[in-house]
Design a protein around this ligand. Structure first.
Ligand SMILES: *[C@@H]1O[C@H](CO)[C@@H](O)[C@H](O)[C@H]1NC(C)=O
Ligand SMILES: *[C@@H]1O[C@H](CO)[C@@H](O)[C@H](O)[C@H]1NC(C)=O
Ligand SMILES: *[C@@H]1O[C@H](CO)[C@@H](O)[C@H](O)[C@H]1NC(C)=O
Ligand SMILES: *[C@@H]1O[C@H](CO)[C@@H](O)[C@H](O)[C@H]1NC(C)=O
Ligand SMILES: *[C@@H]1O[C@H](CO)[C@@H](O)[C@H](O)[C@H]1NC(C)=O
Length: 343
């Protein structure tokens, strides 16, 4: 008799869950103090303001729903999409028992407070997007397992020296468009290949950048000078962007950019008066909107060996104090691979 009653109750619960609106009280039994839950067809619970597709029961879609707080996250979840809402805080218990999370996407919210332990238990976290929020500091105790961390477009003014400690697999770190005046503590990021710190208030190229960098973006800061041999420390660096800074020729030691690994160098919108020496291997060079007064072929090619030509494909020089007529005739030999030269 008791067994039958339980079975009936089970059936009732199942059918109620199919049509939950009139029976909000039932789903509220599961509410855990957060928003109410529904049972989906797979038996997995899901906050009612989110979608948990039965075909992909470890993902929860809550993006674009005007949510003001973190929803309850069932413990089976690996991927949560919470971007583009109005969430203001991520409390310590935000992820509860959902310790298997791999992706947490929280970009485009209004987050200004994060509990000190909020992310600490997410030991498998791979991707954390917190960009376009209202953060004034890097959240504490971020998991060391991260590969991709996005904190751009916030109001972060300082990086604590241990902010990224032990993140040996971090590959992408986006910090652009914050209020950083200095950057340190990145040296140990031995897998980091992309660092974007553009749009901050840096006055110099940060010391101790990780050696495996492949792309380094420093544009739109207030950098006046680069350190002697600063590219020499990198073995894989291919893309360097320092446009929209305060660079002068005095601030660029002689062979700084004559680095045979570079593929792209962007020094546009600075205060250069002459063309720095670059390697013959460079393919893209952006120098527009400087104060360059002379087309010095020796900056690109050997002037004695015409067979030693430049691999430049793109050379942008418009908005300087030279015109096409200032290009020496040997330029045709030296820049024979260039398909896009603008003077
Ligand atoms: C988390 O798991 C523990 C132990 O399994 C349980 O007692 C607790 O109720 C769970 N908390 C939440 C928020 O689900
Ligand atoms: C960001 O935080 C400041 C206070 O630090 C607040 O005045 C502002 O309204 C917040 N902006 C958003 C978009 O949440
Ligand atoms: C980094 O990745 C390796 C290989 O997948 C893994 O063994 C190691 O535990 C990871 N390190 C951290 C801190 O998660
Ligand atoms: C550029 O560097 C190479 C070595 O990589 C060197 O042989 C060459 O002289 C340098 N070019 C200039 C113009 O200093
Ligand atoms: C070609 O010329 C450049 C610039 O002067 C120099 O750095 C490089 O060593 C030369 N390469 C060869 C193969 O001669």
């Amino acid at each position: 008799m008791r067994l039958i009653a339980l079975l009936l109750l089970g059936l009732l619960k199942f059918s109620l869950a199919q049509d939950r609106d009139p029976f909000q009280w039932l789903s509220s039994l599961h509410s855990h103090g957060y928003a109410s839950l529904q049972a989906d067809n797979t038996g997995g619970e899901c906050p009612e303001e989110c979608d948990c597709p039965p075909t992909f029961p470890i993902a929860m879609y809550c993006d674009n729903r005007n949510m003001k707080q973190m929803p309850y996250i069932p413990s089976r979840m690996k991927y949560v999409y919470l971007q583009h809402n109005q969430i203001t805080s991520v409390p310590d218990n935000a992820f509860g028992n959902a310790t298997n999370l791999v992706w947490v996407l929280l970009h485009e919210n209004h987050i200004n407070s994060v509990g000190k332990q909020a992310f600490a238990k997410l030991v498998d976290l791979d991707r954390l997007y917190l960009n376009n929020n209202n953060l004034t500091e890097v959240p504490s105790n971020l998991p060391r397992s991260l590969h991709d961390l996005r904190l751009n477009h916030n109001k972060i003014t300082k990086l604590p020296p241990n902010a990224f400690e032990g993140m040996e697999n971090l590959t992408i770190l986006l910090l652009h468009n914050n209020g950083l005046q200095d950057i340190s503590g990145l040296k140990g990021l031995k897998s980091l290949t992309l660092l974007d710190v553009s749009g901050n208030q840096l006055k110099k190229v940060p010391n101790g950048l990780p050696e495996m960098l492949h792309q380094l973006y420093l544009e739109s800061n207030s950098i006046e000078a680069v350190p002697e041999n600063f590219l020499g420390q990198f073995t894989n660096l291919q893309y360097v962007r320092i446009s929209h800074n305060e660079l002068t020729n005095k601030g660029i030691p002689q062979n700084t950019f004559n680095n045979s690994g570079l593929v792209e160098l962007d020094l546009s919108f600075n205060k250069l008066e002459s063309i720095p020496v670059v390697s013959t291997n460079l393919q893209h060079l952006y120098l527009q909107a400087n104060q360059i007064k002379e087309f010095s072929l020796g900056s690109f090619c050997s002037v004695v060996d015409v067979m030693n030509f430049s691999k430049l494909q793109v050379l942008r020089l418009e908005g300087n104090e030279i015109s096409a007529g200032d290009m020496p005739s040997e330029a045709a030999l030296c820049l024979r691979l260039a398909t896009d030269i603008a003077v």
